[in-house]
Design a protein around this ligand. Sequence first.
Ligand SMILES: [Zn+2]
Ligand SMILES: [Zn+2]
Length: 312
Amino acid sequence: MSSLSPVLSHHDRKLQQLYRLIGVPLIHAAALLAFVPYFFTWTGVASAVLGYLLIALLGINIGYHRLLAHRSIGCPKGVERALALLGVLNVQFGPAYWVAIHRRHHQLADAAGDPHTPRNGFWRSHLFFLFPVDDDTDPVRLTTHYAKDLLADPFYAWFEKRERWFLSTILVWPLYFLAGYAIAAIAGDPDPVRMGWSVLVWGVFVRLVVVWHITFAVNSVTHIWGVRSYRTADDSRNNLLVAVLAWGEGWHNNHHAFPRSARHGHAWWQVDATWLVIRLLAAMKIVTINNAGPSAAARRRRHLSRPRRTRR
Ligand SMILES: [Zn+2]
Ligand SMILES: [Zn+2]
């Protein structure tokens, strides 16, 4: 057991539950403000799109998933932590707990103990695996078992204690308001306060809810609908729509077949925006690619002779 476990006491389990029960509905409600005309500005919409591209792709897909969970790429510690910080801004838990849930999902995919398999119901896999916190999703149990490597780093351990990842995210939110206010003030907009609110509502709450449901669709949709190209012990599927929306993460059957590969799109037409960004970062010598994908022979060995489209 990690030395962190006494700190992540039973108290934290209750605290985590409380944050989820309050935070998830509240952030959804705040996103609904997008339908109030007062909060609409194109700058606000642009801040949401920019966050969806940069914060989600760099933070979750590259930082949390392909780097920290699978180590399919490598980079200097400073870059790794910067990517992890972007990950934190997506309010999908701290790096160690996210990684732990994900590694457990790969280990037990669609079997007993998988934290989010649709075999227990679509909505349970999509959203309701968040509550209640049970033995399959307990932060102490999972992080100490599946994310020891991250907990050994004080930087990642810090975020896990007393839900600091969540509190530090909230502290960033006023900056969105200030950024919107400053942009409007510089542009000579007569109502900079409105612009501040607009960037906060769109850049934080709308972006969060959109990114959440796209990430959750990788857990739910791509284990139900799509094409199975490879033989795996789970129900994972390649889903074009989720792949496009989640910047390549929807080639989920490819990913379960070859989890250490930094590249999720295998066929030339399987667009994997995250992989393209990884290649760009590698060309700029910011990251190194540990695993660029399976060989043609390895793919052939696992490939199903007739890809199956049917629902499980
Ligand atoms: Zn999966
Ligand atoms: Zn994965």
